[in-house]
Design a protein around this ligand. Sequence first.
Ligand code: MG
Length: 242
Amino acid sequence: MPAVDVVLFLGVLPLALSAQDPAPFPPPRMEPPIVTPGKTSADPPSDALILFDGKSLAKWRSGDGSAAKWQVRDGYMEVAPGTGDIQTADPFGDCQLHIEWATPSVVKGEGQERGNSGVFLMGHYEIQVLDSYNNKTYFHGQAGSVYKQYAPLVNASRAPGQWQSYDIIFRAPRFDEQGKAIERARVTVLHNGVLIQNNVAIFGNTYHDRPAVYTVHAPLEPLRLQDHGNPVRFRNIWIRRL
Ligand code: MG
């Protein structure tokens, strides 16, 4: 029996090896730049831009370009309902974004009316912010959804009032000269460290009342946070350009 085993083994080996031949690609020429990581993975690394440090809305504007009107206190900003969305003064495209948020600890409303806000990548593509802790709504509208396009893979929500995080890796869409989207935007999202969107291809602007469609925009656009009428809080916002 051992002799037969050896013969079989030798017979299969050349095939297995040829399937693993190295592909003819060149080795990388650039040494990866050094980035000093933060103290924890929630802290900004050395090449991050700090968008909100808990003290000032200097990096944010209202939609009309005037000063952002949300409240800042005790290290966080809070939606001042009725003052409108706010957006970054600087525009961004491909990026890694860290953002922390908390829905009101006093639970009010149901479904989409409970702790609703949103992180609009490039001002067009919403990652939903919602109190989805014991709060039913349509699946592609709960916390961590790509709004009305993709439900999160799991519901990793913490209780209302608790701080939660999104870590978002985003690739902007590419448009041709005629303004046609030739490459869809893609996004990966971790909610409280749990993967909830795995490199999904976004279908276009995340409208609430009509089908998603791409509308041509600049390669870099401001990041926008939504005023949906609920006093949702944000803190520790940083971004890395990719
Ligand atoms: Mg929203």
